[in-house]
Write a protein that binds this ligand. Sequence first.
Ligand code: APR
Length: 237
Amino acid sequence: MSGRSIVILTGAGISKESGLDTFRDADGVWGRVSVEDVATLEGYRRDPAKVHAFYNAQRRLIESGDAPPNPAHLALARLEKEWPGDVTVVTQNIDDLHEQAGSSHILHMHGELRKGRCEACEGVFVWSGDMGTDSRCPACGRVGSVRPHIVWFGEVPLDMPKIFELLDRCSLFLSIGTSGNVYPAAGFVAHLRGKGVVRTVELNLEPSRGATLFHETIYGPASQIVPAFIDDLLASR
Ligand code: APR
């Protein structure tokens, strides 16, 4: 196993114990806010101020430092530093807790709260603080064309060619804190089943929709089960 590459898919569950809500748990975001209103281009066109307010609140929370990385994020950063092979986090999360924890090989397939995108010049840029319909693009100077750099439902996730290249050469695939409801991420484990020698492990609070597709499953709070798993993995390298 040592010296081989690892791909780690993460979802909202890894950030739950940092104080960020998941989407589909009983207390999740989609139980309070309509996906159509805040996570589709149509919703943004209909009411951009509402969509900006939704993401501004989340951006303020992660910028405040009141939702710090938890031991699960820190364990993945440690794995990247100590594993004798490539370790890449492919996250569905738009928070920057993996970055704050010290991971550096991260692909945000659903975009990032801390970035903006210009619909006029297609520039992508770091963004801190609130964003609104009166925001000016730092790249082209246009006002009103800045949107969250977030992949909404119906839009194409980011970095997919790179993600499949990494999946096709990894020897270990971990899926942490995701319900397996949203594709293409939910399909990664099925993609790997036909690939022979890849060990696939689900680490989650409860079985995801794809649980039966994994070689191994470990259930419990991420802040407990992820550090324990990473300790064992590093001890066995
Ligand atoms: N530790 C580990 N797992 C947890 C914890 C925890 N403390 N708390 C919750 N979970 C698990 C839940 O059991 C669930 O399986 O995290 C998962 C969260 O699932 P979702 O809320 O569906 O979040 P996610 O899978 O990341 O959603 C994928 O859907 O709405 C879109 O773009 C959004 O990226 C998101 C995508």
